[in-house]
Write a protein that binds this ligand. Structure first.
Ligand code: PLO
Length: 517
């Protein structure tokens, strides 16, 4: 009798374990709980998921914005076999980024980002883990040590702004593509912080960096088919080939800088970001904490990928905002004029703009904020992943779901912004021309929460100083016979600006002043 009940118990236990295993398998394959309230979903088919319902648009941020009309502001779809939730509203976005920031701090692994980051050994695309937290903290403190607070940083930016203005003077009145100059400015600032070096105009290493970085921006993390169906890798793929080539070139450059730093390393003179990361690594190894160092992954690969992130983000994001600002300044000459009037009265012509002028130039500041609103650098941020089962608003979100924050929808929400498609810096000002803290809570240009942009302060400093220097000296116009810049933007890991030419005119007040002195 006892034996029989013992066997029954065992059988029960085995069945329970089997049931549990089957249940979790079914859940991880996208199985749904019967009574849960999942977000409304686009129709989906086996294997392709909802892709057939998405094909009509080429720009995902616009398509996801449009789909709200039919599915509401929180809905889901399947990218191949991946369950994706699209968030188009600021309240839900803040729940994901701030209130439940850690739950949603995961990142998806994709073929292209794995290639770029040696399987997620970086900060932007690496998933949430003790190692990720450690690296992010390190970078944060290194950035505040060399940047942000330090006067040295302002000097570096001003030096670059001066050199940029000199080049612009040399090319006055002729049609000029300003993009490489804006990029060189941003590159040299981040180069100083990462490597203590910079590039002269036309430097071959800089030219090669421009090329590989463009190749990476064109191909990485934009949910291309190979990211949705990783098995497609087995077929020849032009984009993937280009990405591999570009990553190789970038890695060789990073490796060179890293080795130079390793050779010259001196504990008593930590001068840049690589030195700071090396110091953390050596400290850990010397204190015989190599087990810890393994756990948090302070390997050469991690350091290289982290530097690659800071460098890549420092260049592409800042340069993109500057290009958008120039494009809008050309479209809206009245805005440009107001910026110049403000600079003329508050700074004048006897001295250059400095960071301490920031509070004195609210119109310029408002223009920058408006550029970041109307053309967010990363219109879909980088996808988040739910680390555990959770919820957004009243909706159930299963573990493993990818959560995409559509910043485009949030910045163009008609309930929050009047005529959201119109470019109007005044929306950030009150009736006395002073900056309003936040005209709407529906504004997150740098993201928020645990994954908020680490370079926010640095980026704001650079954008402010570069633009103040440019508009103090020059008026930007369309060259005769050219069309206005295209304001649509091309979606990618950053929202890219189409190439355009500018006529840079030296303002009357500067004509007699030699900028070289
Ligand atoms: C830009 C091209 C570089 O060669 C590599 C690189 C590194 C970090 C990325 C950046 C690229 C694009 C913008 C990203 C940044 C990390 C954070 C930033 C994605 C791909 C944004 C906007 O989130």
């Amino acid at each position: 009798m006892q034996e029989a009940s013992c066997a029954a118990l065992m059988l029960g236990a085995v069945l329970a374990v089997l049931g549990l295993a089957l249940f979790s398998l079914w859940r991880s394959a996208g199985g749904k709980l019967p009574h849960a309230n999942y977000p409304r979903s686009l129709p989906s088919l086996p294997i392709v998921g909802s892709l057939l319902h998405l094909s009509s648009h080429s720009q995902p941020h616009l398509m996801f914005c449009d789909l709200q009309k039919k599915y509401g502001n929180l809905y889901s779809l399947k990218m191949g076999s991946f369950y994706v939730v699209i968030v188009n509203n600021h309240l839900h976005a803040k729940e994901v980024l701030l209130k439940k920031g850690k739950v949603f701090a995961g990142r998806p692994r994709t073929v292209t980002t794995d290639l770029l980051t040696r399987d997620g050994k970086d900060i932007a695309f690496g998933t949430y883990s003790p190692s990720w937290k450690f690296h992010r903290k390190l970078v944060h403190s290194a950035l505040s040590m060399f940047g942000e607070g330090a006067l040295a940083l302002e000097k570096i930016i001003a030096g670059e702004a001066a050199s940029m203005c000199q080049t612009l003077t040399d090319f006055c009145d002729k049609p000029l593509d300003m993009a490489p100059e804006l990029t060189r400015g941003a590159t040299n600032v981040i180069c100083s912080l990462c490597f203590k070096s910079n590039y002269k105009r036309g430097d071959p290493e800089f030219e090669s960096m421009l090329l590989y970085s463009q190749g990476i921006v064109d191909t990485v993390a934009k949910d291309s088919l190979v990211d949705i169906f990783p098995w497609l890798q087995i077929f020849p793929n032009k984009d993937l080939k280009m990405l591999k080539k570009c990553v190789e070139v970038r890695d060789a450059l990073l490796q060179k800088k890293y080795l130079e730093h390793k050779d010259a390393y001196n504990d008593n003179s930590v001068n840049d970001l690589i030195d700071a990361l090396l110091k953390a690594k050596l400290n850990m190894e010397n204190n015989n904490r190599s087990k810890l160092s393994k756990e948090v992954g302070l390997t050469d690969d991690h350091i290289l990928m982290t530097v690659g992130d800071i460098f890549g983000a420092g260049v592409e994001t800042t340069a993109t905002v500057l290009k958008w600002a120039v494009a809008y300044a050309i479209h809206y000459p009245e805005v440009q004029k107001k910026i110049q009037e403000e600079i003329d009265t508050k700074i004048g012509f006897d001295r250059q703009p400095s960071m301490s002028d920031r509070s004195r130039l609210p119109y310029l500041e408002a223009t920058i904020r408006e550029v970041l609103r109307i053309r967010p650098v990363a219109p879909l941020l980088i996808p988040h992943v739910a680390i555990t089962d959770s919820s957004i608003g009243e909706f159930t979100i299963p573990k493993g779901a990818r959560v995409v924050i559509n910043l485009w929808s949030i910045h163009h929400d008609e309930n929050e912004w009047e005529n959201p498609d119109e470019f109007d810096p005044n929306r950030f000002l009150d009736e006395n021309g002073n900056l309003v803290q936040a005209p709407s809570p529906s504004y997150l240009p740098f993201g928020a929460g645990v994954r908020v942009c680490v370079g926010e302060i640095l980026a704001k400093m650079e954008i402010f100083l570069f633009l103040a220097w440019i508009f103090q000296r020059f008026t930007l116009e369309i060259p005769e016979g050219h069309t206005l810049p295209d304001l649509q933007g091309k979606f990618g890991v950053v929202l890219q600006v189409a190439k355009f030419k500018v006529k840079v005119k030296l303002r009357e007040q500067w004509k007699d002043i030699d900028l070289r002195t």
